[in-house]
Ligand binder design. Structure first.
Ligand code: ADP
Ligand code: MG
Length: 412
């Protein structure tokens, strides 16, 4: 990939790549990362343009006006590496996988809609796009969008009096894949439009697949009629993978990326990262880059250092109030109760979880945590951490609950 400095500027960064596949891949996966990197240097968020070498180049004016108008491309951009073959199946995702496969074999006939929900970085988009990639092979017309793209497209079409075009696009496809539907929350106009889109497709036996980070019934600010429709077909969840599945995922991903990892390293990664597959993938990319670009030997020391970096980066972004906010809302406890001296069992449990996660996910010391929670001194913090460690060992529910909360906090 060449960085074309001559034509890039603070407001527009241009890359040239050899083909469309790479262009789409970089566009979908790295646009915001590139924007963030440039922003850190120039303090201006640029537009990003990926050119395919040899294709006619658009003028800067054309590119800027296209991106400002947030037109959604007609054709669906699917990540071609998200397939059923590259998805590792384990008990945490077996049902979601089977349902996706079933839907993909019989579009619009079984499980309509299919609703996949679960924490961040656990494979929802991967499965959703696997269904899309299969359907494209069978020449079906497929639309994949995040609900935010749907909303932008809707608002744009409304503003430009182009609703016929919008409806033609969304109501005439064979398969509509909508990612992260939880963001429909509170968007009344879009909900109305989506309701009609859904009905039209469903009546015509066209397949709809939706993903969300929570169950339809738990999405606040979602119309009842939509909630009930989302539950018409099949609702299935994806959980955090168990150790063996994580190991299998690491083996698969490293094989796909052409990295060789020893059993020791694989086991180390699988036991160190426990709340999201995306995190595991992030580490593998770092390992790959260190080996490939810096010519470093892949050994356990390197992996430990990279992991340490990754954890430190994560800690930079997590603050005690984030933890309080998520734990209290997930466990249905008032934030003020966590800081009080109340001793009812659910409050004691939630406070223990906050303390444990604060120590693991932030840079705060035990005295910092004690002070923040209004506790006498750090010895009670330390007691809570010991107790939490004990529960992790012997209470499977406690451990799962903790991992889910960690997933929510670290991926927010
Ligand atoms: P979500 O949409 O649930 O946030 P993604 O589908 O984006 O998560 O998954 C995050 C990353 O982890 C993707 O690159 C995906 O390929 C990978 N991944 C998640 N689960 C699996 C799995 N079971 N097998 C292989 N890769 C997986
Ligand atoms: Mg996703």
């Amino acid at each position: 990939m060449t960085y074309k400095k001559a034509t890039s500027s603070d407001e527009l960064v241009i890359f040239e790549v050899p083909n469309k596949i790479i262009a789409n891949f970089i566009k979908t996966k790295f646009t915001s990362t590139i924007q963030d990197i440039v922003f850190n240097i120039t303090h201006e968020k640029p537009k990003v343009q990926i050119n395919v070498i040899g294709e006619k180049r658009k003028s800067k004016k054309e590119i800027l006006s296209e991106q400002n108008s947030s037109i959604i491309p007609e054709n669906t951009i699917l990540n071609q590496s998200y397939t059923f073959e590259s998805f590792v199946v384990g008990s945490s995702n077996q049902m979601a996988y089977n349902a996706s496969l079933a839907v993909s074999n019989k579009l619009g006939i079984q499980y309509n809609p299919l609703f996949i929900y679960g924490g961040t970085g656990l494979g929802k988009t991967h499965l959703l796009q696997s269904i899309g990639n299969e359907a494209i092979k069978k020449d079906k017309s497929v639309i994949y969008v995040t609900i935010e793209q749907f909303m932008n497209d809707f608002t744009f079409s409304l503003k430009n009096k182009n609703m016929d075009h919008f409806r033609n696009k969304y109501r005439k496809c064979d398969l509509l894949l909508i990612d992260d539907i939880q963001f429909l929350s509170g968007k009344e106009e879009t909900q109305k439009e989506f309701f009609h889109t859904f009905n039209e497709l469903h009546t015509a036996n066209k397949q709809v697949v939706l993903t969300s980070d929570k169950l339809p019934s738990q999405i606040a600010g979602l119309e009842e009629r939509l909630k009930s429709r989302f539950e018409w077909g099949l609702t299935t969840d994806i959980q955090i993978p168990a150790l063996e599945t994580k190991i299998a995922i690491i083996e698969k991903k490293s094989e796909l990326n052409g990295i060789e990892l020893s059993k020791e390293i694989i086991h180390f990664i699988a036991t160190s990262l426990d709340s999201s597959v995306r995190e595991i993938e992030g580490l593998l990319i770092k390992i790959n880059a260190s080996a490939d670009l810096l010519g470093q030997q892949i050994n356990i020391e390197l992996v430990k250092n990279l992991l340490k970096e990754q954890i430190a980066d994560k800690k930079d972004n997590i603050k005690l109030p984030n933890i309080i906010e998520i734990v209290s809302s997930e466990l249905n406890i008032k934030p003020s109760d966590l800081k009080s001296s109340k001793r009812s069992a659910n409050i004691v449990n939630a406070r223990r979880i906050v303390i444990y996660l604060a120590r693991e996910l932030t840079h705060n010391s035990m005295p910092d945590i004690a002070k923040f929670l209004g506790m006498k001194d750090h010895s009670s913090v330390s007691k809570n951490i010991s107790k939490a460690n004990e529960l992790i060992e012997k209470d499977e529910n406690f451990r799962l609950n903790l991992e889910n909360l960690k997933n929510k906090i670290t991926t927010k």
